[in-house]
Design a protein around this ligand. Structure first.
Ligand SMILES: Nc1ncnc2c1ncn2[C@@H]1O[C@H](COP(=O)(O)OP(=O)(O)O)[C@@H](O)[C@H]1O
Ligand SMILES: [Mg+2]
Length: 701
């Protein structure tokens, strides 16, 4: 705040409140009051050198424009930069003088030449008047200044200022105004006042109050609480100013409101004054000074209204407006629109403690839609994305961005060998990789074969170690140069040779021979080469899905560890994984270790209650810094309220949400969100059957 104050004060020192474009003579004032239309005089700052209606513009006509003009124009620009406060002189230019312009310019560049300099500058300024700029395009056609409003093109504009504050103001009192759904410019001017000056004034004030008190006493009057309060206040302020705990400022705040009609404008202004009137803060329109008010609200830091109140640091700090629920940052992607105040929710999940996110909502609430939107937008920032897609609904997205869509099913040719190891180099990493893959394989085998007895568990471990050893992969030695990973078949054979392994081997047989052998008993032939990789498991039998999901995730995890990159891994319909403790534990393991490998895990699920009840589910939630809750069913509401510490308001918001509406959590902040897509994005990511049919029809044509 202090810094801001200095900034503003500097600005006003260097910018005297003299307006160049509007001469401050009585004639002009009279003009304003008689509501005369002043074409293109928004202010010099807006329209600068171009004065559309001035006859002098004719001085340089198009037919006198010569090839050198472009260069001349360029040079003039640098000239005006050095000399921004040159008065706008108006003079005629002799067109005959144009051919020598370049030479003249050279002279201008040379500071020793002075005699002809002025005339050249004049000529160039005249020239520039005829050049259209962006400012001409964006400026309104006309500006009509009335005593109590400005008509700016088709908009009605009025500036109001705050003129009284109560004794106490609450922190963030400005936020109801900021959150109003209006077009409004708010400008604040903070001028530091030297403490010494203030201390002198306050000393005088204390003297006055003291003498009033003693006069009252002499007269035998009853004590005056108001005087005593004032005395205490002033003394306290003097103390803190003296100690440097507080500083003193003059503070001006102006609101410039835009509306489509005068009636609407009045209504808006009324609403503003009642909103903060409730806090005993009073606003008044800047009658007869609408133009100054408007100019003061433009982003020039130029206070032309100069209406300010005295404030010391603490009350001034309460005016800081950006405490409202806002999640806008400079980097990241657009997640949606903040439903509190229509601001944009722009956010980079990789800036959080971890980049994991969870998305919870009932079926059809727009979870996959939101995820696909995030994928599209993150890919534009160069993030790689991997998706586990149990519904076969990321195909179109994948095709649209040139991704690889891999179908894992009994009939497809795609294979992932669960015995694969990550490509790591050091001996220690290799040991670690083998050890962790043995644990992962135990989890996978449990999913495939059902729970193990302790004996079986020990037997499986021995068998796995031996299976790797068969291919010369052992814990103590570095891996062989030509590495070949074992397959399920190797494990099967080894189990069958182990004592007491017959029974387990028979259970495993269905994955090495027969119909199921395809998905787990082959060498990997997938290649993670595109920026978007989708693994679909829809066409698998229900019971095989968690197994395939587990296997695919393990493969992805190996890949993530082999080759570190900024990545997002999306597990849609994650409840499939959460059904079984082994796969749930695996998913939790990913969430916990993802950050180390620059990976953000997105867990999407509709089965909220089950997810939250499971121990690993809770752990995944607490390991996800970003959370998105969309429409929920009443049955799970109480659990959600407890887990996410929702307020009553947020609870009803979630129950009544529309598609794509909900609450977005990032770290400790939460805001109400509406997920919105552009037309093109919507076409790529929708799962609306009607639109998909339409798309297919289009494609068939
Ligand atoms: N923010 C949104 N804007 C427009 N349509 C949406 C939005 N979110 C979802 N939809 C539509 O709603 C339907 C269901 O969305 P989907 O993401 O598949 O739900 P979920 O994955 O939660 O079951 C789809 O037809 C989708 O196009
Ligand atoms: Mg979905």
């Amino acid at each position: 705040m202090k810094l801001l104050g200095n900034l503003f004060s500097k600005k006003t020192q260097t910018n005297p409140p003299v307006q160049e474009g509007v001469p401050a003579n009585p004639q002009n004032l009279a003009d304003k009051q008689t509501t005369q239309v002043k074409q293109s005089q928004v202010s010099d700052q807006l329209l600068a050198n171009k004065q559309v209606n001035q006859p002098d513009n004719q001085a340089v006509t198009p037919d006198t424009q010569l090839p050198g003009n472009q260069a001349a124009n360029q040079s003039l620009k640098s000239q005006t930069l050095i000399n921004p406060n040159q008065p706008n002189q108006q003079s005629q230019v002799n067109p005959q003088a144009q051919p020598g312009m370049i030479q003249e310019l050279k002279k201008v560049a040379n500071p020793t030449v002075t005699s002809d300099e002025k005339s050249v500058q004049k000529a160039l300024r005249e020239f520039e008047k005829g050049v259209s700029t962006v400012r001409d395009l964006i400026a309104p056609a006309a500006l009509e200044i009335n005593p109590d409003h400005i008509k700016l093109g088709s908009q009605f504009v009025r500036t109001v200022f705050i003129h009284t504050y109560p004794r106490y103001v609450n922190t963030n009192w400005l936020s109801p105004l900021i959150s109003l759904d209006y077009s409004m410019d708010i400008s604040m001017f903070i001028y530091p006042v030297k403490s010494e000056v203030m201390l002198k004034t306050l000393k005088k004030k204390v003297g006055q109050i003291e003498s009033s008190v003693s006069i009252n006493q002499e007269k035998g009057k009853a004590r005056d609480p108001q005087l005593e309060a004032a005395y205490q206040n002033v003394e306290r302020l003097r103390d803190s100013l003296q100690r440097g705990e507080e500083h003193f400022f003059r503070f001006g705040i102006y609101f410039t409101v835009y509306a489509k009609s005068l009636k609407q404008l009045n209504k808006k202004i009324d609403q503003i004054s009642t909103t903060i009137g409730g806090l005993l803060i009073e606003v008044k329109p800047a009658i007869m000074q609408m133009e100054q008010g408007f100019n003061s609200s433009l982003p020039f830091g130029d206070d032309q209204l100069k209406i300010s109140s005295n404030m010391n640091t603490s009350p001034l700090s309460t005016t800081f407006p950006f405490v409202s629920a806002d999640l806008t940052s400079n980097d990241g992607i657009l997640y949606g629109i903040n439903r509190h105040n229509n601001s944009l929710i722009i956010f980079d999940r990789f800036s959080l403690e971890n980049a994991n996110s969870v998305i919870f909502a009932k079926s059809g609430a727009g979870k996959s839609y939101a995820v696909k939107l995030e994928i599209l937008r993150h890919m534009m920032l160069g993030t790689d994305v991997i998706v586990i897609d149990p519904e076969h609904e990321y195909k179109y997205l994948s095709d649209a961005v040139g991704g690889t869509f891999t179908d894992i099913s009994l009939n497809s040719e795609t294979r992932i060998n669960p015995f694969d190891l990550p490509k790591v180099k050091t001996a220690q990493e290799q040991q670690e990789a083998v050890r962790s893959n043995i644990i992962t394989l135990q989890g996978l085998l449990q999913l495939m074969l059902g729970d193990f007895s302790p004996q079986e568990s020990a037997l499986i471990e021995t068998a796995l170690i031996e299976t790797y050893a068969k291919k010369d992969i052992v814990l103590e030695k570095p891996w062989p140069a030509e590495i070949e990973f074992p397959t399920m078949q190797d494990l099967f054979e080894i189990i069958m040779t182990l004592e007491g392994g017959k029974d387990l081997g028979e259970r495993l047989r269905k994955y090495t021979e027969g119909t199921y052998s395809g998905i787990l008993n082959r060498r990997t032939n997938v290649n993670m080469k595109t920026k978007l990789m989708v693994f679909s498991i829809r066409d698998l039998e229900e019971s095989l899905r968690p197994i395939a999901m587990y296997n695919a995730l393990n493969y992805i995890w190996n890949e993530v560890r082999s080759n570190m990159k900024k990545r997002i891994l999306v597990v849609d319909e994650a409840w499939l994984m959460m059904q079984y403790p082994d796969s749930a534990r695996f998913l939790y393991g990913l969430a916990k270790r993802a950050r180390k490998y620059y990976l953000g895990l997105t867990t999407v699920t509709q089965d909220v209650a089950d997810f939250m009840r499971s121990e690993h589910g809770q752990a995944i939630i607490s390991n996800s810094s970003m959370q998105l809750l969309l429409k929920q069913s009443p049955a799970v509401m109480d659990e959600l309220v407890n887990t996410f510490h929702l307020t009553d308001g947020e609870k009803y918001l979630l129950l009544e949400s529309d598609k794509g509406e909900g609450i977005f959590f990032a770290g400790l902040k939460h805001v109400a969100i509406k997920v919105v897509a552009s037309y093109t994005e919507d076409k790529i990511i929708t799962t609306n059957p009607e639109e998909i049919l339409e798309r297919q029809k289009q494609a068939a044509k």
